[in-house]
Design a binder for this molecule. Structure first.
Ligand code: ZN
Length: 133
């Protein structure tokens, strides 16, 4: 059901400074860079030249879960997004196998695809995101 690691999500406190690192220092291609007001975050997406992207996310509001994550744990890897060929059935399968879902049903994510998060308390401490192919 999982077809690839779609992206690695990294929480940052200053997106512009983080973009400098990934674009200017590491030489990755910036594919997308925008604010998503309704999700209270800014997001930048980089191509790595391969099948996995790097997603930088910066909260624009101190009260969001993302802001609290940075406050508690500092900047760093926030989630791993796994691409699935059928998100409804993938959620069904992992739910039946005892994982806790953050999103009971898929919703539209920042890149316009159906996504759903799986709670880190059931995945050995890693927030997993399913992304529809
Ligand atoms: Zn993501």
């Amino acid at each position: 059901m999982i077809t690839r690691v779609r992206h690695i999500g990294i929480a940052v406190s200053d997106l512009d400074e983080a973009i400098k690192l990934y674009r200017n220092v590491l030489g990755l291609e910036l594919e997308d860079n925008r604010e998503i007001k309704e999700m209270k975050m800014r997001v930048a997406l980089f191509s790595t030249g391969g099948e996995t992207q790097i997603e930088l996310i910066q909260p624009t509001d101190n009260e969001t879960a993302l802001a609290k994550f940075i406050e508690k744990r500092g900047e760093g890897i926030h989630h791993i997004a796994l691409e699935v060929d059928d998100i409804e059935s993938a959620l069904d399968i992992v739910r039946k196998k005892g994982l806790f879902l953050v999103d009971e049903k898929p919703r539209i994510g920042v890149h316009g695809k159906k996504i759903a998060f799986i709670h880190p308390k059931s995945t050995r401490g890693v927030l997993l995101e399913f992304v529809m192919k």
